[in-house]
Design a protein around this ligand. Sequence first.
Ligand SMILES: Nc1ncnc2c1ncn2[C@@H]1O[C@H](COP(=O)(O)OP(=O)(O)OP(=O)(O)O)[C@@H](O)[C@H]1O
Length: 304
Amino acid sequence: MSGTVEIAGVSKCYGDSTVVRDISFGLGAAETVALVGHNGAGKTTLIKLMLGLIRPTKGLVRVLGENPATGDFAVRQRLGYLPESVSFNMALTGRETLRFYARLKQVDGAATGDLFERVGLAQEAVDRPVRTYSKGMRQRLGLAQALLGMPRILLLDEPTSGLDPALRRNFYELITELRAKGTTVLLSSHALTELEGRADRVIIVNKGVKIADGTLEQLRRIARLPTRISLKLSQAGATPAWLNGGMKWCRGPDGAVDAEVSSDRKIALLHDITSDAALLSGLTITEPTLDDLYAHFLNGGVTK
Ligand SMILES: Nc1ncnc2c1ncn2[C@@H]1O[C@H](COP(=O)(O)OP(=O)(O)OP(=O)(O)O)[C@@H](O)[C@H]1O
């Protein structure tokens, strides 16, 4: 995977306060990465560093091989950015807005019609003033603006906040399409649940420090959080040998039993449990969610 963004040993200070501390990571082509962290963790600061809007106090930022703050304008043309709060000139229509941004970015404004279609902004809305748009429509317009000039890297700050579930689904479909075409997508978000299965990799920052970086599978392996196994016994009172095998099972009504099992014992236990399938009428395996992992890493990586 070829790298599109490189952040190496980057710190950013404002006066006495260090808001990003010695962070390093790279982003690859066709990679969708979630940047997650509490409010004030430093996510927007990292995005602004990649955009070249601010410069690091220490360390190196490279975007498509160049320093985005001083490098060639062509590099900035290949970046798309959707800020956390999109604010447009309310008097302009959607079409005028996009043409305005196309001129700023010095990219072809003629393709804006396609962009409206791609982000699902209805044709009838395109020539209406932005003040008549709903929040979702403004967010779509913001996304269309970010997609101007077919960026190789998209930096999206809280892109789905305020979107209804249908719009969110649409949004992630578009991200999948872009990934297939080789675009690097960085999503800063608080919406952990919706990122599962959508981001290739997750970077967690806390108080300006990177505390985790990996695929969901890698983070699960590092965190070693237990898996929850929930079963339904065909006969409520049955006591197969594995129920007394040193694990703490909780019995519920109608033959329901469940327990938390460590990742190293999980496969052997499942083997025992399923060796007599007639004993079971249901089985659910729940792996730690991104929410669980996030809480774990914020907690200093200590399993409670
Ligand atoms: N121009 C600035 N001057 C001083 N401090 C700043 C400046 N910009 C950001 N900060 C501080 O840097 C810290 C990180 O802010 P940042 O906006 O990067 O956080 P964030 O993770 O994006 O938060 P949120 O999820 O709330 O958007 C915050 O404490 C913020 O107050």
